[in-house]
Ligand binder design. Structure first.
Ligand code: ADP
Ligand code: ASP
Ligand code: MG
Length: 437
């Protein structure tokens, strides 16, 4: 069975939902994972902000406007009065639930419940639409099988067991529809897989059912060779290795959630990126194969802080690195890039929550320098070290941009370069000109 995930823009209007229905109805059984309609999750975040700030009036205005939008979509989506009524009743219940949070204490827990309504509504509406069209479809409630453990990591064994049981309970459907993004945590509370997490849901579901293929349908023809939001004239990359795609996703290619490739890679399930606006376009195939000896794409990850620790004690010493990294571990702060010299080490983090405490502890080892508002530019491809010349091309492309760190050799697939946020666009453009034109 295949798993097909449709993002927010792909289900962003009645017309788009109708097109998705046409696209998936080919007689083959499949699991369809949906995001919330585009803009909905952002609006739910906005509502939550009002409620955190104890402004129920502001929240209600936004809730009412969003509800009106849904009622219009319902009028356009269904052709019969019966289904219009059914859908209105269902969606009004979701909005009633959201409104119930305007009266009480609002915490992180309530926010997660509010954020979950987007995917609950899009899937309920789409399922009703398929039923109106006479399709045998069923909902697989994500809150009954998608779960994270005590470390907030997805629990693949639990997901596999529960999802298999749910599928067995509702056999013989053509289309199984489920919510991306939302899950329960180890304590059974409603939670989510972070913004953009529907891609991750699709990959976890694919792994859980040993899918033949995971398809991520979005608004662009596959993974482009650079970020189309910053660079003009980017072109699709037709084939990527799992490792290459994982690096691009982790380092900022928004088309994929940062960790969504991992479950597919571990289970060797190909991932295809496809375009809902142009379904016959070839898109990108991500698998164990790749074009050799080639730089494929560039991505950028924002919000990076670099930290340099310079210490006389590092000279010829062992154990220094361990002590430095233990500090990051004790504050549960992942390190992305590392570069070293004989007297110092520089590294980068993207989570600044414990930065003051981390800096206090690092100062025990030597002089500490911090650069904030940095960006990691990541160049990805088959960059095996015996292949000649690609490092030179990357460095040449960046010759007019101040570079704070360069890291290569951690894998055969990437070179990472740290630059100031203000130089990001120029760096991406220059890399495109020098590497792909
Ligand atoms: P969805 O709502 O379907 O999940 P997203 O907005 O999350 O869609 O991801 C698709 C968007 O990712 C594209 O519209 C594009 O602007 C952006 N993007 C950033 N980098 C890339 C890239 N390298 N290739 C393709 N798209 C990219
Ligand atoms: N709806 C969620 C978001 O906007 C999840 C997703 O679209 O992947 O972040
Ligand atoms: Mg997305």
């Amino acid at each position: 069975m295949k798993v097909l995930k449709f993002g927010g823009t792909s289900v962003g209007s009645a017309q788009r939902m109708k097109e998705v229905a046409k696209l998936i109805l080919d007689g083959e059984q499949k699991i369809v994972v949906l995001s919330a309609m585009s803009g909905t999750t952002n609006t739910l975040v906005e509502i939550s902000d009002y409620l955190y700030k104890k402004n129920p009036v502001g929240a209600n205005e936004v809730i009412n406007a969003l509800e009106r939008k849904y009622m219009t979509t319902i009028e356009e989506l269904y052709s019969t009065e019966e289904y219009k009524e059914l859908a209105k009743e269902t969606i009004k219940a979701n909005f009633g639930y959201i409104r119930s949070f305007t009266k009480d204490l609002f915490t992180l827990f309530e926010e997660k419940v509010v954020l979950a309504q987007g995917e609950l509504m899009s899937t309920a509406m789409f399922n009703l639409y398929l039923k109106e069209c006479g399709v045998k479809s069923a909902l697989l409630p994500a809150l009954e099988y998608a779960r994270t453990d005590k470390n907030a990591e997805p629990d693949p064994a639990y997901i596999r067991e529960k999802l298999t049981a749910l599928l067995a309970e509702t056999p013989d459907q053509e289309i199984y529809i489920t919510q991306g993004y939302i899950c329960r945590n180890a304590y059974g509370e409603i939670d989510n897989l972070q913004r953009g997490g529907s891609d991750y849901s699709a990959s976890l579901i694919g792994a859980a059912i040993d899918a033949d293929e995971i398809q991520i349908w979005t608004d662009i023809d596959g993974m482009h060779n650079n970020d189309p939001r910053y660079v003009e004239g980017t072109t699709p990359v037709r084939q990527l290795h799992f490792e290459e795609a994982a690096e691009l996703a982790y380092f900022g290619a928004k088309i994929l959630h940062p960790t969504c490739i991992t479950p597919a890679k571990l289970n060797n399930i190909p991932v295809r990126l496809l375009n809902t606006m142009d379904p016959s376009a070839p898109g990108t195939l991500i698998s164990n194969e790749t074009e050799m000896n080639k730089i494929k794409a560039v991505a950028a990850k924002d919000g990076i802080t670099s930290i340099k620790i310079k210490s006389g004690r590092m000279l010829m010493a062992y154990g220094f690195m361990r002590k430095v990294f233990e500090i990051f571990e004790s504050y549960q702060t992942p390190v992305d890039m590392v570069t070293t010299s004989e007297v110092g080490v520089s590294l980068t983090i993207d989570n600044q929550r414990h930065l003051p405490e981390i800096l206090d502890e690092l100062k025990k080892f030597g002089t500490v320098t911090v650069d904030s508002e940095m960006v990691i530019i990541c160049v990805v491809g088959d960059l095996e070290w015996t292949n000649l010349g690609f490092e030179a091309k990357v460095v040449e492309a960046l010759k007019n941009i101040p570079v704070r760190m360069i890291s290569y050799g951690g894998s055969n697939y990437n070179i990472s370069i740290l630059v100031k946020a203000e130089d990001k666009k120029a760096a991406l453009q220059s890399l495109s000109e020098n590497l792909f034109q």
